[in-house]
Design a protein around this ligand. Sequence first.
Ligand SMILES: *[C@@H]1O[C@H](CO)[C@@H](O)[C@H](O)[C@H]1NC(C)=O
Ligand SMILES: [Zn+2]
Length: 383
Amino acid sequence: MKWFTLLSLLFVALVVAEEERNLPLAESCNLESCQLPDCRCSSTSTPGGLPLRDVPQFVTVTFDDGVNILNIETYRKILYGRRNSNQCPAGATFYINHEYTNYQLVNELYNNGFEIALHSISHQTNQEYWSQATYEDMVREFADQKTQMSHFANIPRSEIKGIRMPFLQLAGNSSFLVIAEHGFLYDSSWPTVQFVGSGLWPYSLDYSSIQDCVISPCPTASIPKAWVSPMISWLDLNGSPCAMVDSCFAFPDREDEEAWFRFILTNFERHYLNSRAPFGFYVHEWYLSTYPAIMNALVRFMNLVNELEDTFMVTESEVIDWVRDPIPVNEYKEKPCKSFAPMPCAATSCGPLRAEHNNLDYWMAICNTCPRTYPWLGNPLGL
Ligand SMILES: *[C@@H]1O[C@H](CO)[C@@H](O)[C@H](O)[C@H]1NC(C)=O
Ligand SMILES: [Zn+2]
């Protein structure tokens, strides 16, 4: 009996390892068989073939890294209470990593209607770890982080849909396989510098991607149910691409609000006046709090967006929802706002909690009972 169990375990292990090596190679996209809502070829054409004048211009503002009592001040100040011209709440997306994150504040962000997405448990700085990450590594970093986030911030698992790799370092097929197999919807880590003027819309990975691979390895297997939300680069003052706003090389004087406002608008207009592909403002909070002129320029830009009748500041998953079911902007404007149930937080402070991976003590602010030890890879709940 024991022998039998061992054998079947061995068999399962082999099958899992095998699955990783033998993913079907993605073939070039077949428009006939790749149809919305579950499949979309990578392409610059508008979803559903809508004429440009019927396409809503989406704006996605996203913030990466831990949420804490300092950066929440910026989020409260510039994001809370915003509405689009259709009177629905304006969205933003947070890619959150675990270390030093205050989960009570994540719960607050969620309750204010923002999207909570994942940015890994460890966020380790070793780039090679990410580029070589196996499927099992990605399960420990992201699938386990969903369990962790849902538990400590008291957010429904089904509302955690997106991931962004640290340093935008892709890991070939493995992170996308986790998206498909662990109930996620999309990745937003893959920059494009080739499809900026005529922007690339989100697409699914059933078929091979036409997207340029900026930080290899990129996925080449066929992975149905995994959506890519391309990070369409900005062009800096010299015309060089930057995926994150705070990684542009030739930028306007950081004290010059007016110049920054124009810089943002110039990049926005490349989308608005051309392909209408979603426009991303991807940034880290420190950049805004360090340079108030840039924060003010962003606020002015968001104020403008919130006035425009055909432009909507939304979360990343709202963009994908629209791509999967594209309706003309006139219809979109009339739709009822997304319904939404706030989640309570049984606020608890915990610590010191010893971390077994580095022997440091941590404190945690959570919406649950205290863990035994500091949660980390392999033990996301700190049991
Ligand atoms: C992804 O899967 C394809 C198809 O099995 C394979 O050819 C490719 O080498 C894989 N990519 C990586 C980085 O492992
Ligand atoms: Zn990061």
